[in-house]
Design a protein around this ligand. Structure first.
Ligand SMILES: Cc1cc2nc3c(=O)[nH]c(=O)nc-3n(C[C@H](O)[C@H](O)[C@H](O)COP(=O)(O)OP(=O)(O)OC[C@H]3O[C@@H](n4cnc5c(N)ncnc54)[C@H](O)[C@@H]3O)c2cc1C
Length: 301
């Protein structure tokens, strides 16, 4: 069994800070850093720019191999810790390999929780937490016309901005009366909302997504996304706070911000939210019939 003095699981901001601090106190002790990401360390803060193509995945790394060599650190990427055995002083990796440690740091970050929206499992959706998520979203954007972003917080708005820059028609659904409510008051958010609206992003505030459905419409391989947004008594929050993730927990739910998309859908329809300028609306109504990508060779009417 491979043995190391300091074992750090995770290779992002917390792990790199800890690594730096350890080396200030101990210049020689064995350090091994493990990450399940397939690459050198990167900051999740750049991921929205990867979605729009403004940042290239291979150019966003926080550290290079030379850094780890200089600090005498063994860096292993693409390895996931599945179990911690304190009694043995070892961790077990997904492939069964064990690594022994004297000191262990779990710097595994947080995993967003998927909101319990009925129908979520039936539609194609993306989340934005890892580099692979960002690359997957970037590849999906050219195949769709309309993206629905659930949650108008920092990451949701950043994703919306970059999805729009990538060429998608974007709608953001936010449960609070204004976007970025954790950061700004209504006046400041209003300025931001105007900028987004001027750039073609549709914002539905004070709205909840209560349901999503892939609609069969007779098209082979077709379907549609329906979001039922009810600002009065919506069923669920669109976004929930992230949870700390620990290797042994193996959470099924994953990340915070879900971007719903269905590249094969015929149309995207939102029912039931109060449309802009009509806060008193009570009856469900069709707000948008934004076109999703439709292949005339697959479905023609
Ligand atoms: C899209 C996006 C934009 C953001 N923008 C901002 C911003 O503008 N400003 C800001 O302050 N914050 C922002 N944040 C939040 C910020 O990125 C996080 O707070 C920060 O990354 C947390 O760092 P961390 O090291 O604790 O965890 P993470 O960055 O989550 O890193 C966790 C590490 O653990 C590894 N890991 C997890 N489980 C395992 C396992 N079982 N085995 C092996 N390795 C594992 C992962 O591969 C990763 O290397 C943003 C986050 C996202 C997702």
């Amino acid at each position: 069994m491979e043995q190391t003095h300091y074992l750090i699981v995770g290779a992002s901001h917390a792990a790199l800070s800890a690594l730096h601090a350890i080396r200030l106190h101990d210049a020689e002790g064995d350090i091994t850093v493990l990450t399940r990401d397939q690459s050198l360390p990167y900051s999740p803060t750049v991921l929205p720019y990867v979605v729009s193509g403004r940042s290239k995945p291979e150019r966003v790394f926080l550290r290079d191999e030379e850094y780890f060599a200089r600090l005498k650190v063994k860096y292993r990427c693409g390895v996931a810790v599945k179990r911690v055995s304190p009694e043995k002083g070892a961790v077990q990796l997904a492939d069964g390999e064990e690594i022994g440690f004297a000191k262990l740091l779990l710097a595994t970050g947080a995993a967003p929780v998927l909101p319990a929206i009925p129908g979520l499992a039936e539609v194609k959706f993306h989340v934005l937490r890892t580099m692979n998520d960002a690359i997957g979203l970037r590849e999906a954007v050219p195949k769709i016309k309309h993206a629905l972003v659930l949650g108008g917080g920092l990451i949701g708005m950043h994703a919306a901005e970059n999805l729009a820059k990538g060429g998608a028609q974007v709608t953001v659904v936010e449960i609070q009366p204004h976007v970025l409510s954790g950061y700004f008051d209504a006046d400041a958010s209003g300025i931001i909302e105007k900028v987004f609206a001027a750039n073609g992003v549709r914002l539905l505030t004070a709205s909840r997504v209560a349901g999503l459905a892939a609609r069969g419409d007779g098209c082979p391989g077709g379907g549609a996304l329906q979001g039922h947004a009810d600002r009065r008594r919506g069923a669920v929050r669109a976004a929930q706070p992230p949870r700390a993730q620990l290797p042994a927990a193996r959470r099924a739910g994953r990340r915070r911000h879900a971007v719903a998309q269905d590249g094969r859908a015929g149309e995207s329809v939102l029912h039931g939210a109060a449309p802009d300028g009509d806060p008193g609306a009570r009856e469900p109504r069709c707000l948008t019939t934004a076109c999703w990508w439709r292949s005339p060779t697959v479905c023609s009417r």
